[in-house]
Design a protein around this ligand. Structure first.
Ligand SMILES: NC(=O)c1ccc[n+]([C@@H]2O[C@H](COP(=O)([O-])OP(=O)(O)OC[C@H]3O[C@@H](n4cnc5c(N)ncnc54)[C@H](O)[C@@H]3O)[C@@H](O)[C@H]2O)c1
Length: 273
C-alpha cells in the first residue's frame, strides 16, 4: 500500500460552468432544477440558470447570489433552436465554455393513446427530448474542445415503469431521455465526456400540486401522504435528494461513472407491487 493518504471525495466544482436547462420552478418553492442550481453553486460552480419563466429563473439566481454564489439568468424556450443558440451564446459570453449540462425540463399530460392527440405528443416530445438534442448540440463542442464535460439528464421512474395511471407521452419521452444519454455516453467516452441520467421517483416539488397529486386525491395533503406511502422509504423524495445525486454526477467524484442511470426513488422501482 502507498504511504500517501487516500484521496478525499472530490465533489468540488470550483471554476466549472454549469448550464441548467429549466432552473426555475413551476410554482413557488424548491423544484428539482432550482435545488440543483443552488447545490452546484454551493460546490463552487458558476451556474447559468436557463428557463422560459423569467421571474422564476431570476428567483433561483437571487437565492444563489444571496449565499455568495455565482449565477446568471438566461430566459428562453429550450425547445426552440434559435432560443437555445442564443442562450448558450449568452452563457459563454458571461461565464465561458460549458463544463456541465444539466437538462432538467420535463412536461407531461396524463392520459393514454386515446386521450393524447398527435399534436400534444409532438409538443411533449419537443419539450422533453428535442430540447435535450438542442442543448447537447450547443454544450458538446465546448466539452470536446477541452476533452472534459459531464451531461446530466433528468428522466423519471415513469420512463422505466407504469406508475399506476396512464401518462403515455411523458413516460415515452422520459424513456427516450435514458437511451439518448446512454448513446451520448458511448460515443464520447473516449473524448472525456461523461453522460448519465438521474431517474427521480415520487418527488415532492411544487408542480405536483397541480398535476400528478390529482391522480391520488382532490385533497392535496391526502394526495401527498398517499404518494409517500407507495415508497419503501416511507416518504416522497425532496428536490434536494435529487439535486445531491446530480451534484455527485457532475463532479470528479463520478469520474468513472458514465452511460448509466442513477435512480433516486426511495426503493420504489425495486418493489413488487
Ligand atoms: N416532481 C416529480 O415528482 C418528478 C419525478 C420524476 C421526474 N421529474 C422530472 O424532474 C424534472 C424537474 O421536475 P420539477 O418537478 O422540479 O419541475 P418544474 O416544472 O417545477 O421545473 C421545470 C422548469 O422547467 C421550465 N421549463 C419547462 N419547459 C421549458 C422549456 N421548453 N424551456 C425552458 N424552460 C422550460 C419550467 O418553467 C420550470 O421552471 C422534470 O424533468 C420532471 O419531469 C419530476
Amino acid at each position: 500500500m502507498s504511504a500517501n493518504p487516500p484521496p478525499a471525495l472530490p465533489t468540488d466544482l470550483t471554476g466549472r460552468v454549469v448550464f441548467v436547462a429549466g432552473g426555475g420552478s413551476a410554482a413557488p418553492g424548491w423544484s428539482i432544477g432550482r435545488a440543483a442550481c443552488v447545490t452546484y453553486a454551493r460546490q463552487g460552480a458558476r451556474v447559468c440558470v436557463a428557463d422560459r419563466d423569467a421571474a422564476s429563473a431570476q428567483e433561483t439566481t437571487a437565492l444563489i447570489r444571496a449565499e455568495g454564489g455565482h449565477a446568471y439568468t438566461l430566459v428562453g424556450d429550450v425547445a426552440i433552436e434559435a432560443d437555445v443558440q442564443r442562450l448558450f451564446a449568452e452563457a459563454r459570453a458571461h461565464f465561458g465554455p460549458i463544463d456541465v449540462l444539466h437538462h432538467n425540463v420535463g412536461i407531461g399530460q396524463t392520459g393514454g393513446p386515446l386521450e393524447t392527440s398527435a399534436d400534444d405528443f409532438a409538443r411533449i416530445h419537443a419539450a422533453n427530448v428535442g430540447s435535450l438534442l438542442l442543448c447537447v448540440q450547443q454544450a458538446l463542442p465546448d466539452m470536446l474542445a477541452r476533452r472534459r464535460g459531464a451531461v446530466i439528464a433528468i428522466s423519471s421512474v415513469a420512463g422505466l415503469r407504469y406508475v399506476g395511471y396512464p401518462h403515455l407521452a411523458y413516460s415515452v419521452t422520459k424513456a427516450a431521455v435514458v437511451q439518448f444519454t446512454r448513446m451520448l455516453a458511448q460515443q464520447y467516452a473516449a473524448q472525456g465526456v461523461r453522460a448519465n441520467t438521474v431517474v427521480p421517483g415520487l418527488i415532492d416539488t411544487p408542480r405536483i400540486a397541480g398535476t400528478v397529486a390529482k391522480m391520488f386525491s382532490d385533497n392535496l395533503e391526502e394526495a401527498r401522504a398517499a404518494r409517500g406511502r407507495q415508497v419503501p422509504l416511507g416518504r416522497m423524495g425532496s428536490a434536494w435528494d435529487v439535486a445531491h445525486a446530480c451534484a455527485f454526477l457532475a463532479s470528479d467524484a463520478a469520474a468513472y461513472v458514465t452511460g448509466t442511470e442513477l435512480v433516486v426513488d426511495g426503493g420504489l422501482t425495486g418493489k413488487y407491487t
